[in-house]
Design a protein around this ligand. Structure first.
Ligand code: SF4
Length: 898
């Protein structure tokens, strides 16, 4: 008999209700039956959870045995004979439903799984409603426990997927009830509003507030989340071109049926009342709504004037991590082909440019070495300068689950972030001393003989030079300066070097320093010393902040690189496709463009989907720079702070829900973005706007694309490592990870297994990184150190989350301050504090918490009214110019202002 592919992947023959089918061997019988279209009733099962076997609805008879078995607990085996609906089992199911219906309020006719089953078995609810079982506290989740059937799926998913334990079971037997843990209401509990409990609830006891009004859903559209770089795949339910609900895709390889509060609930911005959907130009200080042709004409004229009078060095383009790959590609092509300048950049400049630079330098490829799926295989996870549970919540939850399942967790962060509670070691260095701590871990690994000698012999160069360099960083030598106990540094070193494979994640707490690139390089050194490169469960993995910040830079929105991070020496490939020469002169990055504007040499700037006025550091200097420009074009959904205060032309773009394209997540995965609703009002996709401006400037021929897919096909021509990523292949769940150089290539989950990237070959050299303290040190006048960062419920400048349900969970920015400092300043939660640096000041309400140590404070920057970046300073990473957001010396004064 011929061996079929299905035999090879472990399919066996099973007889189901007299019909022979092929099912995956060893898997859950219930899920296998569901997969082949046999709908066995169940209430307590969810494929995302461990089998529970409590509801007894999924009983089936196997191999004619006398006792029925729960299909969720049974495993598929060869030759199995299954009866799914014999009369006695159907009778038992009806009786179970009758019993559950005793507590269900009369008259509710819902469309959830439980009520569908009631109707299927002819059972009616007969219970009474108890108003005390309604909890209206939560802005996103409606709770009516009158509908609870004690399947405990909400409790289990909160534990097993999110790791939050926000729900609990109280009482016993028939009196047991589900309620929020350690709190009277869900809003007061530890709930992080991920919506997993809602998503799994089969009865309507938990529902989304956005959809509780039972709006029918006309269409489901699968797309990729428009928020962080995890890249969760979501299903968008729409009715009459409005978003009713957003839920996670259960078969998505990235998020595996999970999402966070932003992906689930922060979509209200799409139809926010202040959404701008018509172009505008500013005349004598006032905005005037204009037609698209008039607005496009104004932009073309402004660029032409600047080019004629000042040349291509006087114009620039800032692209967007919120835009698709296709749109970013067109923006950098526009800069190079139409404006004849390399003055193009994106917001990777202010976040992970140091990661790309460091990883390209040491591993030959400037991107994450591994994948989120590797978390399952890591025995140690090192998290450095990344608050994953708030900023990359689905990955953060998976790291928590790994720690709960026995993986060792090492956290390096000045704040006591949530993951610290799960860590074997939490190192709390003084802000700005990452290089000291990471070098000290390397020194301990060398000194204690924990180096992977085989890996070093085969894949690493300059080891002896590195050993001579690293000796001076012995933990005992640096402990006082970095503020971390030497014994803790040694413990971290032993865990990372011995419990292998060890996977490192890092975030902006590493990159946004004057030694940002150096910090990432130090992490790469650790991976090389211990052989934690090129194998599953290991590597160095930047957690990318915005949905498409990896893609934006990768598409060529960098002054020194073309698409695919191709160096300018490879420009010929692009010139052949573009039919136009790539400018030879070097370009300005985003920080240099602000400097050039200050000096009067940059005259016209196009900023797409990036509120630079609010998010650049040293906001007062940025504002003065933007005001010098002859033309500032802002392309966004809203009159953001940059547009409101400085722009001369506003072009209304549409959101990721309103267009097609692709995003690239933090693990090099390219996934489809699909249009769930048409562009709102007169707004347009960014790529269409670029095409119009190029046409108005006489270069329409090179931009005559009719769809995002056409643009993508051109990208694949100039980017060899992405050549195999055609749209038809990207239709599959999870898309594909580059490198994927051919149509039959499976994509790449782990980089550097045999050789490093670029021209490095099999070996690379350890980098000898010196410690250079930041000049931004506390003084008597500015005695505290301010660190800025993001929080779970808000996103960056708050442009989208600030106009969504989630803003009710966190209405404004806060200043975290330690209890001793709060006592010294005589302030309590909610009191106003003025934060003043050498560069400016802002007023914030205080939250007193031991998440920060005395002498340090932490603030978010999502509320334009707070304008926290008035406080941050002008210092930059020495390699990439990424701003030093993580260290600002400040003074704190109590104030009655709010
Ligand atoms: Fe979106 Fe990131 Fe949340 Fe996933 S973890 S739903 S990608 S914001």
């Amino acid at each position: 008999m011929a061996v079929t592919q299905r035999d090879q992947v472990g399919f066996v023959r099973v007889t189901v209700d007299g019909r022979e089918v092929e099912l995956p061997e060893g898997g859950s019988l219930l899920h296998a039956l569901s997969g082949c279209g046999v709908d066995v009733p169940s209430l307590c099962d969810d494929p995302r959870l461990a089998p529970f076997g409590e509801c007894r609805m999924c009983l089936v008879r196997v191999d004619g045995g006398p006792q029925p078995v729960a299909a969720c607990m049974a495993r598929v085996h060869q030759g199995m004979v299954v009866e799914t609906a014999p009369a006695d089992i159907e009778h038992a199911r009806r009786e179970i439903l009758r019993m559950l219906a005793q507590r269900q309020p009369v008259g509710d006719d819902r469309d959830d799984r439980f009520h569908q089953l009631l109707r299927r078995y002819g059972v009616s609810p007969v219970g009474e409603r108890d108003p005390a079982l309604v909890d209206d506290s939560h802005p996103c989740i409606a709770i009516d426990m009158n509908h609870c059937i004690d399947c405990f799926r909400c409790v289990r998913i909160c534990e097993e997927v999110q790791g939050q334990f926000a729900w609990q079971v109280v009482g016993r037997g028939a009196d047991s009830r589900v309620s929020p843990s350690s709190a009277a209401t869900l809003a007061q509990s530890a709930c992080v509003s991920c919506g997993a409990c809602v998503d799994t609830c089969p009865t309507g006891a938990l529902t989304d507030r956005t959809s509780e009004v039972s709006t029918p859903i006309d269409r489901w559209t699968r797309t990729t989340c428009p928020y962080c770089g995890v890249g969760c795949e979501l299903l968008v339910g729409t009715h009459d071109d409005d978003i009713v609900t957003v839920v996670p895709a259960h078969d998505a390889p990235v998020n595996r049926g999970h999402a966070c509060v932003k992906g689930r609930y922060a979509h209200g911005f799409v139809h926010a009342p202040d959404r701008v959907t018509q172009p505008m130009v500013r005349e004598r200080g006032h905005w005037r709504t204009v037609s698209w042709p008039e607005a496009i004409g104004a932009v073309a004229r402004g660029f032409r004037d600047a080019l004629e009078r000042h040349g291509p060095g006087a114009v620039g383009v800032l692209a967007s991590a919120r835009a698709t790959n296709e749109e970013n590609y067109l923006l950098q092509k526009f800069a190079r082909v139409v404006l004849r300048t390399n003055n193009v950049d994106c917001c990777a400049r202010v976040c992970h440019a140091p990661s790309a630079t460091a990883l390209r330098s040491i591993f030959g490829t400037g991107a994450a070495t591994n994948s989120f799926a590797d978390i399952d295989e890591a025995r140690t996870i090192l998290v450095c300068g990344a608050n994953a549970t708030e900023n990359h919540p689905v990955v953060g939850a998976r790291i928590k689950q790994a720690a709960l399942s026995g993986a060792s967790l090492v956290v390096i962060d000045p704040r006591r972030i949530e993951l610290a509670a799960y860590a074997e070691v939490h190192l709390r260095p003084r802000p700005g001393t990452n290089v000291l701590v990471l070098n000290a871990i390397a020194a301990a690994i060398v000194e204690e003989g924990l180096v992977d000698a085989t890996f070093v012999a085969e894949r690493v160069r300059e080891y002896d030079d590195f050993v001579a360099h690293i000796e001076r960083f012995r933990p005992e030598e640096v402990a006082a300066e970095c503020g971390v106990d030497a014994a803790d540094i040694r413990r971290a070193a032993r865990i990372y070097a011995t419990a292998k494979p060890a996977m490192a994640f890092h975030g902006l707490g590493v990159t946004e320093h004057t030694q940002g690139t150096d910090g990432v390089t130090c992490i790469a050194n650790l991976a090389l010393l211990t052989g934690n490169v090129g194998r599953p469960g290991s590597g160095v993995n930047p957690l990318r902040g915005q949905n498409n910040v990896q893609g934006s830079a990768h598409m060529g929105c960098e002054p020194d690189f073309l698409t695919g991070f191709a160096p300018m020496s490879e420009a010929t490939r692009f010139e052949d496709v573009w039919g136009s020469a790539v400018p030879a002169h070097s370009g300005l990055n985003a920080m240099e463009m602000i400097d050039a504007a200050t000096e009067g040499t940059l005259r016209a700037l196009w900023v797409v989907g990036w509120d630079i006025a609010l998010t650049q550091p040293d906001m007062n200097t940025t504002a003065r720079a933007l005001d010098t420009l002859d033309m500032l074009v802002v392309q966004d959904l809203f009159l953001n702070e940059t547009a409101r205060a400085h722009a001369t032309v506003f072009l209304p773009a549409c959101s990721a829900y309103e267009k097609d394209g692709t995003f690239m997540n933090g693990e090099r995965r390219v996934q489809r973005v699909r249009r769930a609703l048409p562009p709102v009002g007169g707004s347009k996709p960014d790529w269409e706007i670029v095409r119009l401006v190029a046409g108005a400037m006489g270069e329409g021929g090179a931009f005559a694309f009719a769809s995002a897919e056409e643009i993508w096909d051109e990208i694949r021509k100039v980017w060899p490592a992405g050549a195999g990523l055609g749209y038809p292949r990207l239709e599959a769940p999870g898309g594909l990870q580059w490198p994927c150089p051919a149509g039959d290539h499976p994509g790449t989950r782990v980089l550097h297994a045999q050789a490093f990237g670029g021209s490095l070959g099999a070996t690379t050299a350890l980098a000898r990184i010196a410690y250079v303290p930041t000049p931004e040190t506390p003084t008597d006048a500015y005695p505290y150190t301010l660190v800025t960062g993001r929080a779970l419920e808000q996103f960056n400048a708050g442009t989208m989350t600030g106009r969504s349900l989630t803003s009710r969970l966190r209405p404004t920015d806060e200043l975290e301050m330690s209890p001793p400092d709060a006592e010294r300043l005589q302030v309590r939660d909610g009191d106003g504090v003025r934060v003043t640096s050498r560069y400016g000041s802002a007023v914030l309400p205080v939250r007193v918490t031991d998440r920060v140590v005395p002498g340090e404070c932490f603030a978010t920057f999502s509320d334009p009214r707070r304008a926290v970046n008035r406080v941050t300073g002008p210092r930059r990473d020495t390699h990439t110019a990424t701003p030093e957001y993580k260290v600002t010396a400040v003074r704190l004064d109590r104030t009655v202002d709010q």
